[in-house]
Design a protein around this ligand. Sequence first.
Ligand code: SAH
Length: 360
Amino acid sequence: MTTELGRLIAHRIALTGPISIADFMTEALGHPRLGYYRRAMPLGAEGDFTTAPEISQMFGELLGAWLADRWLTMGSPASVRLVELGPGRGTLMADALRATRGVPGFHAALDLHLVETSGPLRTAQQTALAAFAPTWHEHFDEVPAGPLLLVANEFFDALPVRQFHRTAEGWRERMVGLAPDGTLRLALAPGLTPFASALADAAPGAEAEFSEAGRALAAAIGARLHQDGGWALIIDYGYDSSTPGSSLQAVRGHRGADILARPGETDLSAHVDFAALAAASGRPTFGPVAQGDFLRRLGILERAHALKRQASPEQGRALDAALARLIAPDQMGTLFRVLAMGDDRSAQPAGFSDTPSDAT
Ligand code: SAH
């Protein structure tokens, strides 16, 4: 049994033919009424997955310190757009803002903009961040001009990707079509399609995947940084260099699921190609580095130690577990990568290397 959205997508395909995986993802995640990121409460124990800021307050606190440091190196502009893409429950931003209350002038300069499509999550963000009077947007392009400080955690992985398979005849795009019984199924396009003809050749059997939406967004952010100055920090699971392969996955209720089953009730995400984002931004970039290294350089061990001093033994154990989840190589420490985009004048920001030059 599929969902109402699954039936709508099947109906569209019956009328107009197979659609790309990117178009399928756009519908499954973004359909105005039934899309996953319009209606579900994806995060937390009752949702489908959990994220770094939901694991520990330390994550948002350290990112807040990083952002405040960037503002200072920008020359403490009197007004700056603080932008978060896909803020989830608003936890990261609430922790970042609480941790930076003591930075003179920083909060007075901030103008908070949240890019979020989900109604339930906008409500949660309103609750968490009411004191900062956020403005919401459907798209980054709607954020008004001005110096920028942008953060995006687990946002780019939700953007649509296309997939390709190298057959004996050449690259073929993988499409979503219909099985004889009318259900959704994957099949390769019978001939060359425009995107397939643009791929560099590879041996038969190879897989490729890329996100036009991710590249376009990185280009838009880069253009804004070029025009108005500022910094962007992107954190996600992914690749440092463009690697052939397919990574699109489906998760429902903290478990792997079929990509095509139950559209609108299933989270779909793909690994982020950081090399492609860096290239598309057209800006000086730093990283990607492993999340574990980044957080350690920003002082997460010291922060955990300070929190533990005020904690009960039970809270101390929870802190240790959260710390391990964020930085251990076999948990989020290595798979998750951190990339910064900046401006031409800038030296390396904190977190990107152990050399003294990054000590800001
Ligand atoms: N950054 C948060 C949430 C990550 S989940 C955290 O770390 O906890 C992805 C977030 O991006 C959600 O808030 C989701 O509603 C939002 N989102 C997904 N696709 C989007 C899109 N195309 N436009 C705007 N927001 C989107």
